[in-house]
Structures are given as structure tokens and as C-alpha cells.
Design a protein around this ligand. Sequence first.
Ligand code: NDP
Ligand code: BG6
Length: 486
Amino acid sequence: MKALPDFDMVLFGGTGDLAMRKLLPALYQQVKAGTVSPGSRILAAARKPLSREAFLELAEATCKPFLGAAYDADTWRAFAERVSYFPMDVQNPGSYAPLGEALGQHSDRVRVFYYSTSPDFFATISANLGGAGLISARSRVVVEKPLGHDLDSSREINDAVGEHFAERQIFRIDHYLGKEPVQNLLALRFGNVLFEPLWRREWVQDVQITVAEQLGVEGRGDFYEGTGALRDMLQNHLLQLLCIVAMEPPISSDPDAVRDEKLKVLRSLKPFTPADVVTKTVRGQYKTGAVGSKPVVAYAEEPGVASGSRTETFVAVKAEIDTWRWAGVPFFLRTGKRMAEKLAEIVINFRQVPHPIFGEATHGGRANRLIIRMQPDESMRLYLVAKQPGDAMALHPVNLNLDFAESFRDRRLEAYERLLMDAIRGKLTLFVRRDEQEAAWHWVEPILDSWAANEDRPKTYTAGSWGPAASSALLSRDGLAWNEED
Ligand code: NDP
Ligand code: BG6
């Protein structure tokens, strides 16, 4: 791997869940890979009054389980040499001059400010960094999702951050874009001629995008109550995946060329009327059940959840894209907590052959499909039918593994690792542009508004299931079924 330029990274929210589970482990992995120069520095900032030693002790104990076999004491020591801790309240403007002193006068080097705090602080941090003169032309800011809770609040935050950082300095992260199979889907679509002619309404019957989690809200009940599955996952991760599947071939891999195409998809999404919200969306909330044979409590009983909460822990929608390429092809998106399996996949169902000369019964009428799986394993499989050896002309489904993991034995990068490196290198292609993010909010807002205006409660589903029955009905109305039901 190519060495990274010398950098300083300030990790606001450096003691938080995301920093400990994803960001510090990602940086550790890069130290292990030898790409981080000895002069590069990582400065974690949060309110807890910790010494550098106490922070490093906490970080080592917390990150170790997430590093698994990648952890070794020598690499940790090398990583720790680059890390320091700066106790501060981000709301206190007086903390920023000392932060600047801690960073030193290296205005020539890359400086990455990572906002891993509540988005309520993003405007304040930007203003305080700007006020203290800590932002140079080589500075970048990485902002976490969800940015705001609707279009207006996301605009406010974007305006406030944009007063101090130019758009080319703003890295809106969506870690699903950093996942290896998503990169591979881009390679498959735009590095080969084979798929392009098939990648359209004439040959694609429907597309399904599922991100199912077995986890619940994991002690983040307070956060989740004000968020819900649509804002937490669908507005960002699932819509970005839809864009990668549906976009036209960009003219190059330049950030704006790719992001222009994604924006066109978001703008072509058919708007929801209130009547559509009733027929084309499903919201659910899990009740008591069992996940992986372990009993789990209902969402309503999780700490931090209001009694009578109407927050959705599951959402499914039927999206339609009004373009020549995709008119009439439904894109079904669903995501939920406490589902039957941990599963993140994109399924492209191709149409049946126009005239089945072998008879449908021979192969169950099953169409060709391409499955890009991000979780629990990473794979890309193309399903075809082939003749079973023997006398009879019996056809059976087989799959071609297009992932080539066996051919490339390099270590796979975690999504956050790839994206942090891109931010340090200033590569924006896998980050979300402001207009994309706003187009995504614009599209989901009628759903949020209708749900808020509607007295109905989310449909319940048993924890450990595939969601409410209405989710299956969403597809069966079109004579279709989710992949696991097919
Ligand atoms: P946490 O609540 O776990 O962490 C918040 C961090 O902010 C802590 O380090 C906290 O430390 C610090 N903090 C809070 N208030 C202040 C303050 N006034 N001054 C300085 N530091 C402060 O949140 P997460 O890590 O879960 O999430 C961080 C961001 O990342 C959020 O925007 C979230 O939406 C997003 N995100 C999180 C994901 C996750 O898996 N956790 C996934 C995707 C996005 P202290 O209390 O010591 O000040
Ligand atoms: C985050 C959400 O963006 O993605 C979490 O805030 C969710 O609620 C997580 O658990 C899922 O990410 P992954 O990569 O584990 O599927």
C-alpha cells in the first residue's frame, strides 16, 4: 500500500463508540500496514478528564476485541506513539487556542478534523476552529451521518460547516460506500462490457437491497428514539447503494463525475404522495422475541425509549426511478434491527428467458440473479442455470463466484479504513456531495411527514424475524418475493 502523506488528525468524540469500534482500529491497521509516517499524529478530543496514558489504556482495552487477530502489542506501541489525548468541551471557544498549540504550527501538512460527535455540535466546532485560525487550505473535515434530521436541519449544518470549509474540503462519510463489494460492483459494472447491455429495464425484473441487523439499539436508545431506521440507514446507506446500482456510467472516476451521476438517480426517484406512503412503505417496530436463540426484549423496553414510542426499527420501501433505463423496475429497499440474520446484500433479479424451451419445471422457473453480499461474508455471485451431468436434460441453478477473493489474497480493508485513507489523501469520490445528501432528504421527507401526521403505529414484528408481514405483501402485490422467501 502507498504511504500516506504526513497528517494530523483531530478526532472530536475520541472516546465515543464510533471512535473506539471503528476509527482508532482503522488507524491502527494502517500503522500496521506501514503507511502512517512516524511524524503523523492522531489527537483524540472529548470532555472526559483523562491523561494521555489513561486514554491510551482505555483505548487499548476497548479497541482490542475489535482488532481481533490483528492486535499485537508491538504494533499497538507504534500506534500509541502517534496518539495523544486533548480534554476539551467542543462548545467552549476558549479550548481551541490550546488545541492549536497542541497541534503546533504545521499549516503545510494535511490536517483532518473528524467530527465523531452528535451533529448538533458540527456548526459550533466549525465556527470555533475557524475562529481560532486552525483551518488551512490543506485542512479537511469528515462529517458523520445522519447529518441533521430533515432537509432544513441538514441545510443549516451544511451552511454552517460551509462557512469555514470549501466543498472540496468536506468529506461526508457513508461507510457503506467504502465496503469492498460495493467497490467491486463498480468494477464489475464499469470495467467490463458484459453487464452494461443487461443493466436496464429490458432485462432486470427487480432490485432488492437489504441491510438486516441482528443487533438492537445497543444502549443507543436515546439517540435512536429521535432517529429511527429511515433516518439512520435508509436516507443514507441504502440510497447510496441504490445510486451505485442505478447510476449511468460516469465519464471518469473523478469525484464529481461519479457524484453527478448519483445525483441524477436521486433526482429521478419518483416522489411519494401521501397515498403512496400507505401502499409503498412499511414501518415496523420489534417486539419481544429471540435472536440466534437468545431471548431479547422489545424495542419499547430498551433503556432510553419513550413509553408508547412510534419510532420505527424497520422500514421497507418500494422505490421507482423515472428514467428510460429503469422505468417500471421496482427497487425494494429494507433495513431493520433485531432481524432473523445479519445480512447486507443487493440482489439484481433478471427476467425470465422469453421462451422457456426446456419448460419452466426443469429449473423451477428461476431467473438469473446477481447477488452482491456485504455481510456476513463479502461475495459477488452470478446465478445461472446449467445442465446437470447425465442422460436427462435437467437444469439446475449454479453460481459463478465473481469475487475472486482466491485470486487476490491481499488483506481486505475495512470500510472505515479505506475512507479514512481517502480523506487523508483528499480523494472525494467515495464521499457524499451536499446536493446528493439534500436530494436524499428531499425524497424521504414526504415519508417522514406522512408517518408523523398519521396516527397509526408502526407494525410490530417479532425480534428475530424478517420484519412485519406487510413487508412481504409489499412485494407480493407485484407477484414478487424477497430473496429469502423465493
Ligand atoms: P457517542 O455518544 O458514543 O460518542 C460521542 C462522543 O462525543 C464522545 O467521545 C463524547 O465524549 C464526545 N462529546 C460529547 N459531548 C461533547 C462535548 N460537549 N465536547 C467534547 N466532546 C463531547 O457517539 P457515537 O460515537 O456513537 O457517534 C458519533 C457520531 O457518529 C454521531 O454523529 C453518530 O450519528 C455517528 N455514527 C455513529 C455510528 C456508530 O456505530 N456509533 C455509526 C455511524 C455514524 P465525552 O462524553 O467524554 O465528552
Ligand atoms: C450505522 C448506523 O450507520 O450503521 C447503525 O448508525 C448501524 O445503527 C450501522 O448499526 C451498521 O453498519 P454495518 O457496517 O455494521 O452494517
